[in-house]
Design a protein around this ligand. Structure first.
Ligand code: GAR
Length: 197
């Protein structure tokens, strides 16, 4: 069984999709920790309600001291001894030193069809570009932001009248399909990208 820690910053709907899938039969992974940089992240209570250990390390008291924040965040993570680290709406940029520690075993979900639109405001940027489709990507985390090897993508059409909000909601449904499917494959050593319609 692979031990999985999940890092979140918000509501944690992707985290829940991962936890629900791991709770279903025959899964190669077991969740060992949900951690957040925001003690108020809604996902923490949802994970705790499912009996998953949680940790919160508020990044704000650390100011610009990223290394200090990460050293504090590492404590519960290392104690949980994860094999795989999943970023699920984790909105802090991690230092190369942190990323190196989990090289080859850290995944992220990003709400665009990478390499298009790394960073923020992905849906607005897709709309402004006049794109016909949007989607989401699960990728391995490397030191370059949103640029690691792609492990899976799911696509959705952009419809007339779409707003960033309506598009985000359509993409999110696909995120919840894609991330659990990619995590299962990754845990079994499968890194050929999974392309969902
Ligand atoms: C998701 O749409 C995820 O793709 C995005 O944040 C949202 C988190 O929602 N992640 C990023 O933008 C990472 N740069 P959730 O907390 O409900 O899973």
């Amino acid at each position: 069984m692979k031990r999985v820690a999940i890092l979140i910053s918000g509501g944690g709907s992707n985290m829940l999709a991962l936890l629900r899938d791991m709770a279903s039969g025959g899964h190669p992974c077991v969740p060992v920790l949900v951690a957040s940089n925001d003690p108020k992240a809604g996902g923490l209570a949802k994970a705790a309600a499912l009996g998953i250990p949680t940790a919160a390390v508020d990044h704000r008291p650390f100011g610009r001291d990223r290394a200090g924040f990460e050293a504090a965040l590492l404590q519960p993570i290392l104690a949980a001894e994860p094999d795989i680290l999943c970023l699920a709406g984790f909105m802090r940029i991690l230092t190369p030193e942190f990323i190196r520690r989990f090289e080859g075993r850290m995944l992220n979900i990003h709400p665009s069809l990478l390499p298009k639109y790394p960073g923020l405001h992905t849906h607005q940027r897709a709309l402004e570009a006049g794109d016909a489709e949007a989607g989401c990507t699960v990728h391995e985390v490397t030191a370059e932001l949103d640029a690691g090897p792609v492990l899976g993508q799911a696509r959705v059409p952009i419809l007339p009248g779409d707003t960033a909000e309506s598009l985000a909601a359509r993409v999110l449904v696909q995120e919840h399909r894609l991330y659990p499917a990619v995590l299962r494959r990754f845990a079994e050593g499968q890194t050929v990208p999974l392309m969902l319609a």
